[in-house]
Design a protein around this ligand. Structure first.
Ligand SMILES: [Zn+2]
Length: 267
């Protein structure tokens, strides 16, 4: 009888929780993963690839309107959010570099922000969200401190697209230069010449490109040089499923790829 009763209590409370679960949508997978860490509920996201080229489709607009909470990076990253009025919550100001999720420190802050926003509307669950934000904080802080000193600081490297500044700030490294400042701008002849001159200083270096990088756009920079090219995917498109551990897997993957490229460069 007791077991039977317990079963009903569990059934009832899980149903009550399901009913009070907020309807949340994220812009990108790393944010969806962060939300899942805070809420433990599955979270959908809009943009799978080509973040900077993303165009808001009517079906996506509908999804945003139907969500109680739409969490995104900033107006500098998801430009389309300027056209959206309600239920939107930016997690970063986007001023330094809009790819904020590549900074563990910034994601920890964003976790607390999500917990606060959700807790205000759902006060009964406020402590639960806050506790989860703390758990995420300690998990990722530990990740950062255990990885930070492993990365070599003496390796010259260039990036195709300057998405990694937030990551670099956390880990104390910085690229020598970047091929394209914004993905759509054609680099000027002057900028290209400057960059080639910088590259001339190094007998060998790493170059981090992205899944969308076309070979012809880097040809000028790699011919007749010893360049170790690694493709990094800041959105983690190939990492599935997008669950609570997704974010840590994404960081681990980027970290491992950078470390492996750095190991090819002679000190
Ligand atoms: Zn980008």
């Amino acid at each position: 009888m007791f077991k039977f009763l317990l079963f009903f209590i569990c059934l009832f409370s899980s149903q009550a929780y399901a009913q009070s679960q907020p309807k949340i949508l994220a812009s990108i997978a790393p944010i969806a993963s962060l939300i899942q860490n805070i809420t433990t509920q599955e979270t959908e996201f809009l943009i799978k690839t080509d973040l900077h080229d993303y165009q808001l489709r009517p079906s996506d607009r509908k999804k945003i309107e139907e969500a109680e909470f739409f969490f995104y990076g900033s107006d500098n990253l998801e430009i389309f959010t300027k056209k959206i009025q309600s239920n939107k919550f930016a997690l970063d100001d986007g001023k330094d570099n809009p790819h904020f999720w590549l900074s563990i420190n910034k994601m920890i802050k964003a976790g607390y922000k999500i917990a606060n926003i959700l807790g205000e509307k759902y006060p009964k669950q406020a402590d639960f969200y806050l506790n989860n934000a703390k758990k995420f904080d300690s998990k990722m802080s530990e990740f950062l401190s255990s990885h930070k000193d492993i990365l070599r600081k003496d390796v010259p490297y260039f990036v195709f697209h300057d998405a990694y500044e937030p990551f670099e700030q956390d880990f104390g490294i910085r690229s020598v230069g970047c091929i394209k400042v914004t993905p759509h701008q054609q680099s000027s002849a002057k900028k290209t010449a400057e960059l080639l001159k910088k590259m001339d200083q190094f007998p060998q270096f790493c170059l981090f490109i992205e899944p969308e990088t076309a070979e012809k756009t880097i040809q000028t920079f790699i011919e007749n040089r010893t360049v170790f090219i690694t493709e990094l995917d800041p959105l983690g498109t190939e990492i599935i499923p997008v669950n609570q551990s997704f974010y840590e897997k994404l960081l681990t993957k980027i970290f491992t790829q950078i470390t492996s490229c750095f190991s090819k460069i002679q000190p």
